[in-house]
Design a protein around this ligand. Structure first.
Ligand code: UDX
Length: 447
């Protein structure tokens, strides 16, 4: 919305939320999310044609176009728990819009939703007690975190699904202010909804595919980065999204695939469901394989050993830790009674502690005293990468932050125990250099 406000100074954009503290953050200098370039975009438009407030009803009344951009997390309870998307917040938005609207409104689904949700939203809107009328469009977002501003300024495509040509044209008119018309694709609503899930499933599948090959590389003596480069030269395959890693994370990939799996099962397509579910199974395997390799390499025990964790975010240039591979790896190492010293340039101590306590909670959300104590006594947060590595037996690189490539590794080694192990879960460190310095380096997909 900030980008629309920036690119279209004559269009007033009102961002509203029921969460007052969240809105206060958006109105302050400390935005609630870290995203390179976002601060500048918000500051350019805020107070001009971009406002943040809790006046939800007023904003609905004034608007021609209303974007529903609430979260749709995986359900944790009831039918479809662990797979289906929780549509509670979307439905609440639709009901509120139905209550507050007059005249004609175009309602745009920006949240990622299961196929045929637009139909449900349209039915709720149609039951409005007022005499308002509505069109519903699907307009999924394809930006990636860390590169969001560039992705929004220069997207590969914008996708708009809708039945009413007039409503579709209204939204096309907004995006075409800065995006070439041929990159704005229009489809029916269901194709648009399904395309979002499919795009994320294909991207995640590529990561799981190269990670599957990384296991084979480690067993055979091939080098996964060389294999990725060799296959990436094939123009049909292409070079992007072939970086082997400790596993994908983020708020979208796993959630959207599980959602897709649930949808397939719902329609009785169990082979299709199993096919896509394997992408998530492989990702879990990759994370477990990484922590198991640490334990195995360190003489089959990490109990009471100090291990530095470099990076906690699910990728660089974000403070987002949702589904981060770091959480799973830290859980496994804590189960083995390792002492973790964690450093991430953007993630706060509170975020890290909450995530680690969260992963040990049982199905009813209860954290046992044993696990609370484990996290309290075995996890330390360090102010920088050097401090994190001091006195440790090993370093595990879990996020590919650029600053980890620029460290004085001689200085790092001087403070460590011997043998000094490095487990590079992102293949960003120079193995030959580190080895010559005296480290024992283990990376992903290399023998
Ligand atoms: C993703 C999609 O890219 C985006 O189009 C969609 O709108 C939202 O979901 P995001 O989750 O922000 O975006 O980041 P992305 O760059 O896709 O990375 C996802 C995860 O995969 C990260 O943990 C990343 O480290 C990992 N990854 C990505 C790899 O391990 N290897 C790769 O080659 C690429």
């Amino acid at each position: 919305m900030a980008m629309i406000a920036k690119q279209c100074p004559d269009i007033p954009v009102h961002v509203v939320d029921v969460n007052a503290s969240r809105i206060a953050q958006w109105n302050s200098r400390e935005l609630p999310v870290y995203e390179p370039g976002l601060q500048e975009v918000v500051e350019e438009a805020r107070g001009r044609n971009l406002t943040f407030s809790t006046d939800v009803d007023g904003a609905i009344r004034d608007a021609n176009l209303i974007f529903i951009s609430v979260n749709t997390p995986t359900k944790t309870f009831g039918v479809g728990a662990g797979r289906a998307a929780n549509l509670e917040f979307v439905e609440k938005c639709a009901r509120r819009i139905a209550e507050c609207s007059t005249g004609h409104k175009v309602v745009v689904e920006k949240s990622t939703l299961p196929v045929r949700t637009a139909e449900a939203v349209a039915r709720i809107l149609a039951s409005s007690a007022t005499n308002a009328t509505f069109d519903v469009l699907s307009n999924p977002e394809f930006l990636a975190e860390g590169t969001a501003i560039q992705d929004l300024l220069n997207p590969d495509r914008v996708l708009i699904g809708g039945e009413s040509p007039r409503a579709v044209e209204q939204l096309v008119a907004v995006y075409s202010r800065w995006i070439p018309r041929e990159k704005i694709l229009t489809t029916n609503v269901w194709s648009s909804e399904l395309s979002k899930l499919t795009a994320n499933a294909f991207l995640a599948q590529r990561v799981s595919s190269i990670n599957a090959i990384s296991a084979l590389c480690e067993a055979t003596g091939a080098d996964v980065d060389e294999v990725a480069r060799a296959i990436g030269f094939d123009s049909r395959i292409g070079p992007k999204f072939l970086k082997a890693s400790v596993g994908f994370g983020g708020s979208c990939f796993q959630k959207d695939i599980l959602n897709l799996v649930y949808l397939c099962e719902h329609f009785g397509l169990s082979e299709v469901a199993k096919y896509w579910e394997q992408v998530v199974v492989m990702n879990d395997y990759q994370k477990r394989r990484f922590s198991a390799r640490i334990v195995r390499t360190m003489f089959h025990t990490v109990s009471d050993k100090q291990i530095a964790i470099w990076g906690f975010a699910f990728k660089k240039d974000t403070n987002d830790i949702r589904e981060s591979a770091a959480i799973a790896v830290c859980r496994d190492l804590l189960e083995e009674r390792a002492r973790l010293v964690i450093y991430d340039p953007r993630v706060s101590e509170q975020q890290i502690r909450d995530a680690l306590e969260g992963i040990f909670k049982d199905a009813t959300g209860v954290l046992s005293d044993r696990h609370r104590q484990l996290v309290r006594e075995h996890v330390t947060i360090a102010p920088d990468a050097y401090a994190a590595a001091a006195q440790t037996h090993a370093i595990a690189v879990l996020t590919e932050w650029d600053e980890f490539r620029r460290l004085d590794m001689g200085r790092v080694l001087a403070g460590m125990q011997r043998p000094a192990f490095v487990f590079d879960g992102r293949n960003i460190l120079d193995v030959a250099r580190l080895t010559s310095l005296g480290f024992e380096v283990h990376s992903i997909g290399r023998p």
